[in-house]
Write a protein that binds this ligand. Structure first.
Ligand code: PXG
Length: 464
């Protein structure tokens, strides 16, 4: 039964398979299987073309912070389209939505992060950051400071620059990435890589790789370090508490710029406006996108500190996008920020919803398939393992068990993603305790089915 007036699913899938190239997808295989077609959404729930209702455990792609169906944002967009649908901010012009949004972001951002360079996405914003930090050092008379240090299994976008900043091996394997002068260090992933060390010792050791790398390269060649406060696309990797204070110490000691990629952690996901506030990090630049507009419009940007902005402002910065500060996107973002603020969504996440999720999601750790069940704010993950005690990986190729689990999850009307053999969630911030109970119940059923499947297929074996 279709709840909408859309054509039958098979017809839509055939059109999709014939003409639509999906991102991060083996399109031939998807074409044979047929994509799930999402037609409507409200609150934390999606409806597909067959009328199934799913809980969206991923807030779209980590972005629909205020939930679906907020007509105020549609009205803000329509109003702005009638008044001024487009104008640019190049060549000595400005417009009201962009300047108001910049001013609002300066108000919300911590410290002296008072200046905003707009982009259309997180990838574009990180490309801006890469050029901005190198140009900053050139203007400071240190043009040899070009290297940006980032992390393996970090994610910063999909363009040549941002994909190079990211540390995704599968991305680097295609199309000639990374570009020069980007150096990757290891991630603070204790469960997967910490061995016998305590989480705290391991977190400190991984942070000290930054110092070792700066010293090996020569501090005079290092421009910046970029990292996500909590790695999202890498599998919701929550760093040990020792990690960020040590990173901050090192960044301060060598005077390099710190870029916090807040594309996922910004706008309430960790119970503060920005993840940096949750960890006490003091970045010089923050990358933003996604939750800035709750995904209702494509918009991103860089929030830049006084000193970097003043230095960049000495010269013409030869950089910008047609849609930098797009008026419709900016108007929608402003309305989204108003709702986040006036409805007290972020303090509710911090004081009520995140602790509730931590307890309900954390309880999945008793499942035989689950090595750890962790969350921070409204980002959560499970490590699937054939042997909890030894934190073992599966003998099967990485991601095989995770993919099976994801398929059961979709079958149970829960959008839960897999990254390798980690299962991840990042629901809309407006999720209620009742919805969380439902989400966790579906996740548990999914784990039971996955465990039975793996047992049946003889796949509960640890890698040698
Ligand atoms: N930084 C971070 C931390 C991100 O998570 C980007 C930058 C790039 O943003 P744009 O708007 O250019 O996509 C992201 C995006 C996944 C997945 O598989 C995650 C993202 C994008 C696509 C897929 O979890 N994050």
């Amino acid at each position: 039964m279709s709840l909408t007036n859309t054509p039958p699913t098979a017809e839509l899938q055939a059109l999709d398979a014939a003409h639509h190239m999906h991102p991060f997808t083996a399109n031939g295989e998807l074409g044979r299987k047929g994509a799930r077609i999402i037609t409507r959404a409200e609150g934390v729930r999606l409806t597909d073309s067959d009328g199934h209702e799913l809980i969206d455990g991923m807030a779209g792609l980590w972005c629909v912070n205020i939930g679906y169906g907020r007509s105020e944002l549609a009205e803000a967009a329509a109003r702005q389209m009638r008044e001024l649908p487009y104008y640019n901010t190049f060549f000595q012009t400005s417009h009201v939505p962009a300047l108001r949004l910049a001013a609002r972001l300066a108000e919300l951002a911590p410290g002296d992060l008072n200046h905003v360079f707009f982009a259309g996405s997180g990838s574009e914003a990180n490309d801006t950051n890469l050029r901005m930090v190198r140009h900053y050092w050139a203007l400071k008379g240190q043009p040899e400071r070009r290297i940006v240090i980032s992390r393996r299994n970090g994610y910063h976008g999909s363009s040549m620059g941002s994909g190079s900043l990211g540390g995704m091996a599968a991305m680097h394997a295609q199309g000639g990435l990374p570009i020069p002068d980007i150096v990757h260090i290891d991630q603070p992933y204790w469960w997967g890589e910490g061995g016998a060390a305590t989480p705290e010792d391991f977190g400190r050791a991984r942070a000290r790789q930054l110092e070792e790398t700066i010293l090996a390269l020569g501090p005079e060649r290092v421009a910046a370090f970029i990292a996500e406060p909590v790695q999202g696309a890498g599998g919701v990797i929550i760093p040990p508490e020792s990690y960020w204070p040590e990173i901050q110490r090192i960044v301060d000691k060598y005077g390099i710029l710190l870029i916090a990629d807040e594309v996922i952690t910004g706008f309430g996901r960790l119970g503060h406006w920005f993840g940096s506030q949750s960890y006490g990090i003091r970045p010089h630049i923050m990358t933003i996108a996604k939750g800035l507009s709750s995904g209702y419009q494509p918009i991103g940007g860089s929030i830049v500190c006084d000193e970097v902005a003043a230095t960049i402002g000495q010269d013409e910065f030869n950089h910008g996008y047609t849609y930098s500060g797009h008026p419709v996107a900016a108007a929608v973002a402003l309305e989204n920020l108003r709702i986040l603020d006036e409805e007290g969504i972020i303090p509710r996440v911090r004081d009520e919803i995140a602790p509730y999720l931590a307890q309900a999601w954390g309880a999945l750790a008793d499942h035989p398939l689950v090595g750890e069940a962790v969350s921070r704010g409204l980002m959560g993950s499970l490590a699937l393992t054939p042997d909890k005690a030894s934190r073992a990986k599966f003998a099967a190729d990485p991601g095989t068990a995770g993919y099976i689990c994801r398929e059961y999850s979709f079958g149970n009307d829960l959008v839960m993603r897999h990254v390798g053999d980690r299962m991840i969630i990042a629901p809309p911030l407006v999720i209620t305790p009742t919805d969380i109970d439902e989400l966790v119940a579906r996740a548990r059923k999914t784990l039971d089915q996955t465990w039975a499947h793996l047992q049946r297929e003889g796949m509960l074996r640890a890698a040698a």
